[in-house]
Design a protein around this ligand. Sequence first.
Ligand SMILES: [Zn+2]
Length: 259
Amino acid sequence: MAQVKDIVTPEEELLQLYELQKIHSKIDEIRVLQGELPDEVQDLEDEMAGLETRISNLETELNQLNTQITNYNITIENAETLIAKYEKQQMNVKNNREFDAISKEIEMQHLDIELAKKRTRDTLRDIETKKQYLQESQKRRDVKRRELDNKKKELEVIITETAKEEQELVHKAAEQMGHIKERLLAAYNRIRNTYRNGLAVVPIERDSCGGCFGKIPPQKQIEIAQHKKIHLCEHCGRILVSPYIDPEYGDVEHDEELL
Ligand SMILES: [Zn+2]
């Protein structure tokens, strides 16, 4: 731990604390990012699993439909065999009654053939539709798979990079803590742990607290801007600083990203 300087003005102290806050906010941001990335991969994996199930169901359905076609063909063949047999019998009948009875049988077999042919046509249409659907699903799955592979690679890179950045920031934060008096640091940590966004030191923004957006009276704003002592937001208890304390003030984008 670095030595705390003996003579530190309240303004310097606040600036150091604000610097610490900025380091911590960057660490928080990285941790949020690290938490969100695996979710993205998980979402893609879930989507992939859904598509795989759909594809496998379609394949099963197509197999069943093809079996049906085979069965219809068998029905037709059997009927044709029977018709041939009946037609032979008809040549040897003894009377009209027998002839008519066989004719009826033949007619029945023709009806069976017609029905099987109609069912075959319907099933073939069904197969066409399902095949198209299967192809679309396979295409979508292939796209998703590539997306997932890329996401995973991207994730690995980001994880490595952010872990390094995080480590550096944690080191920097520890160093920065050495510049701050213990009592103030304890207060800072207490406030920081109170809020989920981890903000303990916030600048005034548009006459309001940058943490809870509670209004700050003009007189108090003037006092805060002087940075002669620590001022807490009366609404949320966060430590308030004037935005002008920040040497990077004016870099609005940076500020908005941070807070
Ligand atoms: Zn507040």
